[in-house]
Design a protein around this ligand. Structure first.
Ligand code: NAI
Length: 250
């Protein structure tokens, strides 16, 4: 990644933070975005400690103008843009069909689907101008397999997978690759309530039991897959959704 510059959203926490540190350790220049300013600044400090050239911006990825401004600023400061990781995401409320809240669905879609679409839309001209680049969207195993309770999240992550494929069709001719990672259960801020509940109930061992490796994952294990897909190491891979889930979907 030395000599490359790009954007990571959802960088204040969990997978996005792990990716920011790993990308910086591998030489990338980074523009980091999130809504959580204090934790975003903490990630920025970690990236600086890793020797990375970095700036951060508070952005709501559901707001197109904010996403566009972030990407244009990154391209201006670094003089180039080579990749974007559309990683910010929210789960929305757990609900059954009877209790579904349309407002919750709209917000989940706005962040998880539109947010990634805005990132692709506004990064694409810069990547095309560079002669090529990479886009990595963070989907989920929830977008591949079904599970009760998280309908909006699951539907949004499935939509993100197919959006990834169609964007790859649009951008392949310009040597811009578009892929997704589909993490399994990872311990992050997003899943803290699940982990807290399981630990209190003495059921931590059960947390990873749905996958073949029989353990949950670490943010760094998703970050390595994101690095691969953002780098030239994956130069002939596009339009794919890579499960990184310990065998949850195998
Ligand atoms: P996290 O909650 O630790 O990090 C998500 C970050 O996104 C937070 O810093 C949050 O402030 C930020 N964010 C939320 N809405 C935003 C918005 N509108 N604009 C900008 N930033 C926003 O969670 P985690 O696990 O690191 O999530 C990263 C991605 O991985 C998400 O897309 C999530 O859906 C996905 N994922 C996570 C899994 C897990 O088990 N933790 C499993 C599968 C997918």
């Amino acid at each position: 990644m030395r000599g490359k510059a790009g954007v990571i959203t959802g960088a204040a926490s969990g997978i996005g933070r792990a990716a920011a540190v790993l990308f910086a350790q591998n030489g990338a220049k980074l523009a980091l975005a999130d809504m959580n300013q204090a934790e975003l600044e903490q990630t920025t400090r970690l990236v600086e400690e890793a020797g990375g050239e970095v700036f951060c911006q508070v952005v709501d990825v559901a707001e197109e103008e904010q996403v566009r401004a972030l990407i244009d600023e990154a391209a201006k400061r670094f003089g180039q843009l080579d990749f974007i990781c559309n990683n910010a995401g929210i789960t929305g409320k757990m609900a059954t069909l009877e209790t579904e809240d349309p407002a919750d669905w709209l917000r989940v879609y706005a962040v998880n689907v539109l947010g990634a679409m805005f990132g692709c839309k506004h990064a694409a001209p810069h990547l095309i101008a560079r002669g090529g680049g990479a886009i990595v969207n963070t989907s989920s195993v929830a977008g591949v397999r079904a599970g009760a309770g998280g309908n909006a999240y699951s539907a949004s992550k499935a939509a993100l997978i197919n959006f990834t494929r169609t964007a790859a069709c649009d951008l392949g001719q310009f040597n811009v690759r578009v892929n997704a990672v589909c993490p399994g259960l990872i311990e992050t801020g997003m899943t803290k309530p699940v982990f807290d509940y399981a630990r209190q109930a003495g059921k931590e061992a059960k947390l990873g039991s749905r996958c073949e490796l029989r353990r949950y994952g670490r943010p760094e294990e998703i970050a390595t897959a994101m690095l691969f897909l953002a780098s030239d190491e994956s130069s002939y891979i596009t339009g794919q959704a890579l499960p990184v889930d310990g065998g949850n979907t195998c």
